[in-house]
Design a protein around this ligand. Structure first.
Ligand SMILES: Cc1cc2nc3c(=O)[nH]c(=O)nc-3n(C[C@H](O)[C@H](O)[C@H](O)COP(=O)(O)O)c2cc1C
Length: 197
């Protein structure tokens, strides 16, 4: 396959993975993935992404927070999802699908830069992270739900002490692990998404 075709195949095959095998993920692999994340562009090249990697006991402790974040969104999902998918999602929030690694993604915001620019820069890196995971044979799921309990999570990792700076804001968590299911690709819509003038 040509580089071009491989690239489009990578984009096409990436999908959120919510069930993982027991196989541990090598630390070097996570380091490669985060290096790929940090190849992303960023406003003023501030590279304002901050990643906190949770594994082992700390990752297990994080499950309690994931379960709490579920409480904040479950009512909305109950209305939106069919019962089987609702149950699957609930189980995912309780177990994180057995993911051995969770990466908390933070933005360091700056008064001289618009907040959307800071956040956008970090999400560029998060997409790289997701794609690098696929290239490594891993699965990932980006989760905005932890925003329900942002302050509690800041305290959980003692973010200010850990990073030694102010103005860091949690954007999402990304689960990482070896896929243990192959869900269908979620449908994409092409209508009313692109406008040419
Ligand atoms: C910013 C963001 C937040 C998300 N939050 C969650 C989440 O809290 N829980 C979850 O299970 N999936 C979450 N997702 C995954 C989306 O549900 C998923 O990307 C979407 O349904 C499309 O499916 P795909 O990733 O398999 O293509 C999130 C994705 C993004 C980009």
């Amino acid at each position: 396959m040509t580089f071009k075709n491989q690239f489009y195949e990578l984009l096409r095959t990436r999908k959120s993975i919510r069930k993982y095998t027991d196989k541990p993920v090598d630390r070097l692999m996570v380091e490669r993935i985060l290096k790929a994340a940090m190849e992303a562009p960023s406003g003023k090249n501030r590279q304002n992404w901050r990643f906190v990697v949770l594994t082992g006991e700390k990752k297990n402790e994080y499950l309690e927070y994931s379960q709490k974040s579920w409480q904040g969104i479950k009512d909305i999902l109950k209305k939106r999802l069919k019962p089987s998918l609702y149950e699957f999602t609930e189980r995912f929030f309780y177990t994180l699908g057995g993911a051995p690694v969770v990466v908390l993604c933070y933005s360091n915001n700056d008064e001289t830069e618009k907040k959307l620019t800071s956040i956008g820069s970090v999400y560029m890196a998060i997409q790289n992270l997701n794609l690098a995971a696929v290239a490594e044979g891993l699965g990932a799921c980006t989760m905005g739900a932890p925003l329900e309990i942002k302050d509690e999570l800041d305290a959980f990792i003692d973010v200010k002490e850990l990073m030694g700076e102010d103005n860091t804001e949690l954007l999402c968590a990304v689960t990482l692990g070896w896929p243990d299911h192959d869900p269908p690709k979620a449908k994409r819509q092409s209508e009313n998404r692109v406008f040419w003038l």
